[in-house]
Ligand binder design. Structure first.
Ligand code: BG6
Ligand code: MG
Length: 221
């Protein structure tokens, strides 16, 4: 396949650019403990890439608690999680960029690729600012304008569209199973970061961001 057709890269943020997936997890764990849903690795994994209200609903469903909370209660719980999360984000700096990511972004710029962000997080612009990476991203998909969250392809279709590219001209990079499904559904090449068993549907998987280079991607395609 090679990189001949590729003109753009579309990035997920949490768990790909920074370790914020761990911070989301910490903040959701506090909410799960508050409502009484048992926390385990499977729940943590299933929450990856899922937007705020869908995440809360997943936590409530796992604890068979769906009927117990009104819409108002749910908004308050989601707000509490976001406050917890933002307290953690506040302490972030460029030191929290995952290994190799800055070099990879530099190499994409040097080689003329366009770059967009396809994060489900409404806090993504704040996190990019904290990491001092905002200038790398020509465009950022606004998750508030989407009708469906990951695994729906919409966010990755938009990620290509805002760069003026077709999906076939783009590579998407994700750490979540639902994110890989979204990239594949959009018709883009999918690169997974993490466990190859969990990300089994990705075209390429790297166990760590430190392996994320144009050379490695080209060789794997
Ligand atoms: C995704 C994270 O990127 O964004 C999820 O993987 C998170 O864990 C989701 O819930 C929504 O984020 P936010 O910041 O809008 O609550
Ligand atoms: Mg992610």
């Amino acid at each position: 396949m090679g990189l001949e057709k590729i003109k753009g890269f579309i990035f997920d943020l949490d768990g790909v650019i920074s370790n914020t997936s761990v911070l989301h997890s910490k903040a959701w764990k506090q909410i799960a403990e508050k409502v009484g849903t048992p926390w385990d690795d499977k729940l943590a994994e299933d929450l990856k890439g899922v937007d705020r209200m869908d995440s809360l609903n997943l936590i409530l469903n796992r604890g068979n608690l769906q009927g117990k909370y009104s819409e108002e209660d749910k908004l308050a719980l989601a707000q509490e999680k976001n406050d917890n999360y933002l307290n953690l984000v506040d302490q972030m700096s460029p030191n929290d960029i995952l290994p190799g990511v800055k070099d990879f972004l530099d190499s994409l710029k040097d080689n003329g690729y366009l770059i967009s962000l396809a994060s489900a997080s409404k806090n993504a612009p704040t996190v990019l600012e904290k990491l001092k990476l905002s200038d790398y991203f020509e465009k950022v998909v606004n998750p508030a304008e989407l009708s469906k969250g990951k695994p729906d392809p919409e966010i990755y279709v938009k990620g290509a569209e805002i760069l003026g590219l077709t999906p076939e001209e783009c590579i998407g990079i994700e750490d979540a199973e639902v994110g890989i499904a979204a990239i594949n559904g959009a018709g883009e090449i999918s690169v997974g970061i993490g466990d190859a068993e969990i990300l089994k549907d990705a075209n390429i998987v790297f166990s760590n961001t430190k392996y994320l280079t144009l050379d490695h991607i080209e060789k794997a395609l």
